[in-house]
Design a protein around this ligand. Structure first.
Ligand code: OOB
Length: 549
């Protein structure tokens, strides 16, 4: 009999479940399968044991070998005293180790908080505290020592609570990957309605929140995304963005590729020269990128000679892909672009592979499941008319009902009837396709006129000398806020006057024209590579915008 965490009740405190009638409905409709997340691996190992499941530059593992490696680690974790239900902060970069440890945790019933490699001690320590974690798993695979520094800091701050610190790769004074006797190992049989993992929220304000994802909801998320992207057993998925991010992990991502019996190639190097070579070598069929990376890959097609025709799905999401960039992606990677609008909180929408090119270039997609509910509401909270902009609210079988241990925030983030308020400004068309037009709060309030920064960014990106751009609200004593443009140039640097006349020619109202221009060599990015407006520097080098969005 497996040891259970005696403190289960307190670990579940602050976890908001789906209401019973909804949960029953999802189970009866067979969209919640009531199986553990680790079933993805064991089912694969039964069906095609010798097929390659995962690979990186160091080697590869079949489904059977990955299961064995995971079970050995899981046995080691159990023997070290960790018990089902315990929380583990997991911070491993894209590698075979990611897959081995991820499945080991699932097999042992341990619940990972999926930290991103870019997270520092402030975020990691916050996750340890909030989740009540007993263990930290870091990776020092390229020997940069960052994981060791985090482990040092954690062992001081959480001497009592954090009883297990593991480092994959050069482990210094810490334990390496545990190895137990797999023949003595019995996998955990978790309640499928309990969290299988915690994703971290992607917002750029404050510390990230924890998003519980249950076995049932996440397996449904993965299967629905795999179906929407038409994943098959021949899929070769390149994990480029951090594997711990929802997009790469399960939309359909690496778990989606394993779910259908495909293969996953991990790389921690997103540069086009490296990735194009990997695409050619492994005949990669699918990958997921943020717009800034898609832009880089598209530009590189002009000089990189590697053959990328095997790539049939290039998912782009995480932030708005400008129309002008979408057209360039379509030209450089014919037939491959799929826009994805998603969130760690749940809802995933995407364009479908047989949608027409123009639709794919202009819309962010429709929900992956018929069970997703999407509502657009106006400022008064009333449903908006078709084609009218408003805030996007959503509810469904894989969308959270509450952030973990955040009752006050949940009051604001959810409606009375359980819809998640995304904070995204969007509109719907008659076919249920979503067009995202920005963040509700991402506006410049210039002398009482509200200017949506996204609209302005779209227009600026059409200028031939603009490579990347962020429009920010800059504090101003007279206007309240004025319009600042931080810009990465392409070729000749445009002047503020050039930009203003260009925008005027496009018919933009005078009050929407930028007040200040700041040329920058690059724009700051979040942990997953989205442009991070909060940190965009002004001319004096300090953050430019007035209030966090
Ligand atoms: C993905 O997840 P998160 O949690 O890092 O960020 C979610 C937020 C959304 O609320 C929205 O504001 C923005 O990122 N977003 C987009 C977008 N996709 C995400 N905004 C405009 N256009 C898009 N296509 O970013 C994520 C998770 C799973 C799949 C894809 C993306």
């Amino acid at each position: 009999m497996l040891k259970e965490n005696t403190d289960q009740a307190s670990l579940l405190e602050g976890f908001v479940t789906q209401p019973a009638h909804q949960a029953n409905k999802f189970s009866e409709a067979n969209i919640w399968l009531n199986t553990p997340l680790w079933g993805i691996l064991t089912e694969g190992a039964e069906r095609h044991p010798t097929k390659t499941a995962v690979a990186d530059a160091t080697g590869d593992l079949s489904y059977q070998a990955l299961l064995l490696a995971a079970d050995e680690i899981a046995a080691g974790l159990q023997q070290a005293g960790l018990v089902a239900g315990d929380r583990v902060v997991f911070q491993i970069s894209n590698s075979l180790t990611f897959a081995k440890v991820f499945f080991a945790l699932q097999r042992a019933g341990l619940v990972p908080v999926l930290a991103l490699p870019a997270h520092g001690i402030a975020e990691i320590s916050h996750f340890v505290k909030l989740a009540g974690a007993k263990a930290y798993f870091g990776a020092n695979l390229d020997n940069d020592g960052k994981a060791l520094q985090i482990a040092d800091a954690l062992s001081c701050e959480f001497a009592q609570q954090l009883s297990h610190l593991y480092i994959a790769g050069e482990a210094g004074q810490y334990a390496g990957l545990p190895q137990g006797d797999e023949s003595q190992f019995a996998p955990a049989t978790p309640d499928p309605d309990h969290p299988a993992l915690f994703l971290v929220s992607g917002g750029t304000t404050g510390l990230p929140k924890l998003i519980p994802r249950t076995h049932n909801d996440y397996r449904f998320n993965i299967a629905s995304c795999a179906a929407a992207s038409e994943f098959t057993r021949d899929e070769v998925y390149l994990a480029v963005l951090p594997a711990a991010h929802n997009f790469t992990l399960g939309c359909p991502g690496l778990l989606g590729a394993l779910h259908v019996g495909g293969k996953v190639i991990f790389t921690a190097n997103p540069s086009p020269d490296y990735c194009f070579a990997a695409i050619e070598q492994h005949q990669v069929t699918a990958t997921a990128l943020v717009p800034a990376l898609a832009q880089l890959w598209t530009a590189a097609k002009e000089w990189e000679s590697a053959d990328t025709v095997s790539l049939r799905v290039m998912q782009v999401g995480g932030s708005k892909l400008a129309y002008s960039d979408a057209l360039k992606v379509q030209q450089a990677f014919p037939g491959a672009l799929q826009q994805v609008f998603g969130m760690a909180e749940g809802l995933i929408a995407c364009t479908r592979l047989n949608d027409d090119e123009q639709l794919i270039a202009t819309k962010q997609g429709r929900p992956v499941s018929e069970w997703d509910e999407v509502l657009i509401v106006n400022g008064e909270g009333q449903p908006a008319a078709l084609g009218e902009e408003g805030e996007l609210l959503t509810r469904g079988p894989y969308t959270l009902r509450g952030y973990y241990r955040a009752p006050e925030h949940n009051q604001r983030a959810f409606t009375q009837d359980g819809f998640y308020r995304s904070g995204d400004r969007a509109m719907l068309d008659a076919n249920g396709y979503i067009v995202v037009t920005g963040r509700i709060k991402d506006v410049v309030n210039r002398a009482g006129e509200c200017i949506a920064t996204d609209e302005l960014e779209e227009h600026l990106l059409m200028h031939p000398n603009v490579a990347q751009v962020a429009v920010v609200a800059v504090p101003d004593p007279h206007l309240g806020e004025k319009i600042g443009v931080a810009l990465v140039k392409r070729g000749l640097a445009p002047t503020l006057q050039d930009l203003r006349s260009f925008l005027k020619q496009q018919g933009l109202a005078a009050f929407k024209l930028p007040d200040e221009l700041h040329l920058v060599p690059s724009l700051p990015k979040t942990a997953v590579g989205k442009i991070d407006k909060k940190r965009v520097p002004g001319p004096d080098g300090s953050p430019w915008m007035s209030a966090a969005i």
